[in-house]
Design a protein around this ligand. Structure first.
Ligand code: ZN
Length: 535
């Protein structure tokens, strides 16, 4: 078999796995939107069968043979080619999958399903001791998973060194590898969401961020200017919110001939593949900002999915780069664009026409309200500045939980202590503390950092786009409701490359600089100066 034949066979197999996963995504979208409640058991069986088929295909030893037949051949000699990127990423996924014993995969699935149920109950009753044994069990399994994967990662790293790859191809965040030789168990879990990134890199970026953020948020809290948030909590009829939010999603470029917006309890975006991307939201008749910014957020994710290169569907070159980069696209449209004054110069007159209840509100008061920074206990309700301190707190705690330095029994106390240090407040209960998020119950250790990485990437992409396209021209376009130049820039620099580069390298290529907290901090400082008179 020639390397070209082996590569064609690898691509065919990769597409089959992608199609199976895509079928499963359609069923899961349906479950969240229109499925009758009585269909849950049947749906569980359908999704489990598809997952088993996909896993079987993904771990087929034939894939390992095909990879070996292509690796080192002329076909992948150019490290920047689609073929080389596909082979590199397929190898990465294959090695991870085969390192996990079937017993561990099944036990994780079973335990996390029950742990999520236990979490729902414990959260409702504010009963951490009821959740504690489940969290201990999930952690033990995640430790086992990380250990199994890490052996594979070390071998792969040795292989990469032999191939003399440039150092930045592997890094999620561009910091020379030599400084972080000791791998952390956490790296193996983070890698699932942010391929190639390490705990040490994230730690350094987050340290730089909190150093700036903590004093800025304190200064804002001490400012005498307090935006009136109540303008967002007037009468906003749901049917009108739906029309208004759909118009905004279409204006930024979400293609409704290749996508839909529906209603769910937990908003999400699911890209099934070329031509079909579903986004969802939930409406609150007395909270305009919840659904509106939620829709902009999911439409930002949707724009990424809709603009991935369709010809590479089913292979890494046609996939999103990392969860951090995915999140950068949602936050860029939601915050960098959607909370800006030029955006509201266009949409505010329409807002007033649509919702008579805000007839007396000025655009200044409205923009101040949607940008209000105020420490709060719940992550998902946090503003774009304090949000990141919620992530820093979770990241630091999950590192210690994973190594065992923090016993699960001590989690509530450790949470409260860190919260006081970062926010100057004490959570009134565990429900508003360590029980608020679902992530740890489903085993999502390593997931949280991608939210803040997304904020940092978003600010850095936006700064580069403003530099390349002219900030004043971009703003003038926003005031006319024209978002096409920014969208084209993102298509070219971020969407079209798919997973051809790791996130750190993608950022370097798109912006000319490695990821740093600088652009995000500058963006927040400028807003704070404007809205609160704080420097
Ligand atoms: Zn998101």
């Amino acid at each position: 078999m020639t390397p070209a034949d082996a590569y064609a066979e690898l691509v065919r197999r990769s597409k089959e796995v992608a199609l199976l996963n895509s079928c499963s995504a359609v069923l899961q979208w349906d479950q969240q939107t229109y499925m009758p409640r009585a269909g849950a058991a049947l749906r569980g069986d359908q999704v489990a069968l598809l997952a088993a088929l996909a896993h079987e295909k993904a771990t087929d030893p034939r894939t390992g043979e095909l990879l070996a037949a292509v690796e080192g051949s002329q076909l992948v000699a150019d490290a920047g080619s689609v073929e080389a990127a596909n082979v590199r990423e397929l190898r990465h996924t294959y090695d991870r999958a085969v390192k996990l014993p079937k017993r561990l995969v099944e036990e994780l699935a079973r335990t996390t399903t029950r742990a999520q149920e236990a979490w729902v109950g414990a959260r409702t009753k504010n009963d951490f001791p009821a959740f504690r044994p489940w969290l201990e069990r999930v952690l033990a399994l995640k430790r086992e998973e990380a250990t199994a994967v890490q052996c594979g990662m070390r071998n792969a790293e040795r292989g990469m060194e032999n191939q003399k790859q440039p150092p930045d191809t592997g890094a999620g965040v561009d910091i020379p590898h030599s400084r972080f030789r000791t791998p952390h168990l956490y790296d193996a879990l983070l890698d699932e969401y942010e391929p190639g990134a390490t705990a040490a890199e994230v730690k350094e970026v987050f340290a730089g961020l909190s150093k700036e953020l903590v004093p800025l948020i304190r200064a804002i809290a001490e400012s005498s200017r307090k935006p009136d948030r109540s303008v967002l909590e007037r009468e906003y009829p749901v049917d009108r919110q739906k029309v208004f939010a759909e118009a905004a999603a279409a204006a930024i470029g979400f293609d409704f001939t290749a996508g839909r917006l529906d209603t769910t309890a937990h908003p999400f975006c699911s890209g099934f593949g070329p031509g079909d991307c579903r986004i969802t939201t939930r409406y609150n008749p007395r909270a305009f900002h919840e659904a509106f910014f939620g829709v902009l957020h999911e439409a930002g994710h949707g724009l990424y999915e809709q603009n991935l290169p369709a010809e590479h569907f089913g292979t890494p070159a046609g996939m999103y780069c990392s969860l951090g980069v995915h999140e950068s696209q949602s936050r860029l449209w939601e915050n960098q664009v959607g909370r800006s004054r030029p955006f509201w110069d266009h949409f505010f007159p329409r807002l007033k026409q649509t919702f008579p209840d805000v007839a007396d509100v000025t655009p200044e008061a409205f923009v101040a309200a949607v940008n209000d920074v105020r420490p709060s206990f719940i992550r998902v309700e946090a503003d774009e500045a304090t949000y990141n301190l919620h992530i820093v707190l979770r990241f630091e705690l999950e590192l210690d939980l994973l190594t065992g330095a923090l016993p699960v029994a001590d989690l509530p106390g450790a949470w409260a202590e860190k919260f006081r240090a970062l926010f100057g407040l004490t959570p009134p209960s565990d429900r508003e503390g360590c029980l608020q998020d679902i992530h740890w119950s489903f085993g999502g250790f390593g997931y949280f950092p991608t939210y803040t990485l997304g904020n940092l990437y978003a600010a850095q992409f936006m700064r580069a786009a403003r530099r390349d396209l002219g900030g004043a021209d971009l703003d003038a376009g926003f005031r006319r409701g024209d978002f096409a130049p920014l969208r084209r820039w993102l298509n070219e620099r971020v969407h079209q490359p798919g997973r051809r580069y790791r996130a750190g390298q993608l950022c370097l290529r798109a912006t000319g600089e490695p990821l740093s907290p600088g652009p995000f901090v500058t963006y927040l400082r400028e807003k704070a100066a404007d809205l609160y008179g704080v420097c």
